[in-house]
Ligand binder design. Structure first.
Ligand code: HQG
Length: 173
């Protein structure tokens, strides 16, 4: 199940062509087609993955015919995250190995469509641990918003923005 869920992330966020399906402009894949193309996948399994995912990574369309990832894409799709005023402070968990480059360039989105930010330090730490020894940057999102930067929140609660210049970052010890 875990490996199927990981594979689903790969298909719905990064490489749909790997199983020969196309996502529409909003990132939706056709459930029946997906199940035909991925060995071991059927609707019941998909429903279980969507319901049990600890980060609520996936959503079905209202009619249940389509499925998409809620955030995390590198494929250029518009999953219509809500444009919102952020809290005064957000957090970004990363690996210590990236710190020097981040201090110089700020946070860049690299292969993804957005820089991903967390509302709490616990989540940020988990995100950072994926990249080795974790380091948490504090993001002055309130100031950024006041300065005209746009912020979005995906339906599963991840904050997104296109770039965080270094002057809005502080390291959290
Ligand atoms: C770093 C997971 C050098 C950035 C998570 C990060 C998240 C820089 C890495 C979501 C940099 C990219 C996204 C700069 C940023 N120089 N490195 N200027 N600016 N970086 O995986 O934020 O479990 O693309 O700090 O929970 O780690 O997949 O992004 O370390 O929500 O659902 O470049 O993915 O969600 O790594 O993770 P990633 P991320 P899932």
């Amino acid at each position: 199940m875990k490996s199927l869920s990981k594979f689903l992330s790969l298909i719905l966020r990064h490489q749909s062509q790997k199983v020969g399906i196309e996502l529409d402009e909003h990132g939706w894949a056709d459930v029946e087609e997906l199940c035909r193309r991925v060995r071991g996948l059927d609707r019941a399994t998909l429903e279980q993955i969507v319901a049990q995912d600890e980060k609520q990574r996936y959503s079905f369309s209202a009619d249940g015919k389509l499925i998409r990832a809620n955030q995390g894409h590198s494929i250029p799709v518009d999953v219509e995250p809500a444009e919102l005023e952020p809290p005064e402070i957000l957090y970004h968990g990363t690996g210590e190995k990236f710190a020097a480059s981040i201090r110089a360039q700020g946070l860049i989105r690299k292969s993804r469509l957005y820089v991903h930010l967390s509302g709490d330090t616990e989540t940020a730490r988990k995100v950072g641990q994926r990249h080795g020894k974790p380091l948490i940057f504090l993001v002055e999102s309130g100031k950024m918003f006041a300065d005209g930067f746009k912020f979005y929140r995906s339906v599963n609660g991840v904050w997104l923005t296109e770039h965080v210049p270094a002057k809005y970052l502080k390291e959290r010890f």
